[in-house]
Design a protein around this ligand. Structure first.
Ligand code: UDP
Ligand code: MG
Length: 318
């Protein structure tokens, strides 16, 4: 596609969309109303293999308003891949990320932008009060605790997807082509000057959350294994501890046998220790397997996502 002498917009908003037909019209209305007050902008909606009318709606919006751009995947690749594709095609100098379900209010963007103008590269929206069902809040709390503890990257907890990024952050993100993506961690990892701001969090406008517990687990594994190799060291630590313990136990039994002639009792103790050691070995093997599988996926170097259709007029790239 030719670039028709268009100058890049001030803002690019990246929105992943997966079966959000009920939210797109309202999102468009509220987001454009806010963005009008801020400057020139483009909105890149990435349709992550929706099975509803989301892509048709995005197409309609694009024909009516060319500032709405669309990328549609050949199938569902996941939330973080959809964001990746959006970031790969932004033209603006300030990048805003948000979800399509209006859990973050577009009306918060001007406040985040004010903060950004103070000279930050990253302004995270933080939800002080989560407006999600109980189970979701619980699993998410465990998720963030786990990450804080094991991922080795300093990420503010309670982030929503709503955030403002400078162009140079996005340039770095574009260079990170790993398959296991955890965008929150990747952004923090860039190390640019970041701050947080509390934002209001809403229940989903319409529809249901696309994250279930297995998906959340997968994300948590990705998140930890892509930023830390601490779990691999677990094997060393556990091996060390169990050798010390068994050595001491051995000394104790020998001592009892020699000085008191007390035989070592114990079918139960043998069974328990076999299972204990077996359990640890399996756990460690599992962790190894996790990293091996990750490495395998990374060396395959498949494309991160496959695009079926672009609606990106005025864009230098095709
Ligand atoms: N999403 C996506 N691909 C997926 C799952 C979700 O693009 O496979 C989008 C979804 O349309 C929404 C955002 O990612 O815009 C966040 O999803 P959701 O609201 O279901 O997650 P939650 O807020 O419950 O964590
Ligand atoms: Mg949501």
């Amino acid at each position: 596609m030719e670039n028709k002498t268009s100058t890049p917009p001030d803002f690019s908003i990246v929105i992943p969309v997966y079966n959000e037909e009920e939210n797109i019209p309202e999102l468009y209305k509220r987001l454009t109303a806010v963005m009008e007050t801020l400057g020139t902008y483009e909105i890149i909606m990435v349709d992550d293999g929706s099975r509803d009318r989301s892509w048709e709606l995005i197409k309609e919006l694009h024909h009516k308003d060319p500032r709405i751009k669309g990328i549609s995947f050949s199938r569902n690749f996941g939330h973080h891949m959809a964001i990746t594709a959006g970031l790969d095609h932004v033209n603006g100098s300030i990048i805003i990320m948000m979800d399509a379900d209006l859990q973050d209010s577009p009306e918060e963007i001007p406040r985040l932008y004010q903060k950004f103008k103070e000279g930050y590269d990253i302004v995270y929206g933080i939800r002080k009060v989560r407006r999600d069902p109980f189970l979701k809040r619980l699993t998410s709390a465990i998720f963030w605790w786990f990450l804080g503890r094991f991922s080795g990257v300093d990420m503010p907890a309670g982030q929503t997807m709503l955030r403002v990024l400078s162009r140079r952050v996005v340039t770095v993100l574009r260079e990170m082509r790993e398959y296991a993506r955890f965008i929150h961690g990747m952004i923090a990892w860039t190390g640019f000057n970041a701050t947080t701001m509390d934002v209001q969090h809403n229940p989903r406008y319409k529809g249901r959350s696309k994250y279930n517990i297995p998906r959340l687990f997968k994300l948590a594994f990705h998140a930890v294994t892509s930023f830390s190799i601490v779990p691999l060291r677990l094997a060393t630590y556990m091996g060390l501890i169990s050798s010390i313990v068994s050595f001491l136990a051995g000394l104790y039994f020998i001592y009892k046998k020699i000085f008191f002639n007390i035989p070592i009792l114990g079918y139960a103790s043998i069974i328990v220790s076999i299972f204990f050691v077996g359990g640890i070995q399996l756990l460690v093997l599992g962790i190894f397997g996790e990293y091996l599988g990750r490495t395998y996926q990374e060396v395959q170097r498949r494309p991160l996502y496959i695009v079926k259709e672009f609606l990106l007029e005025n864009d230098k790239r095709t």
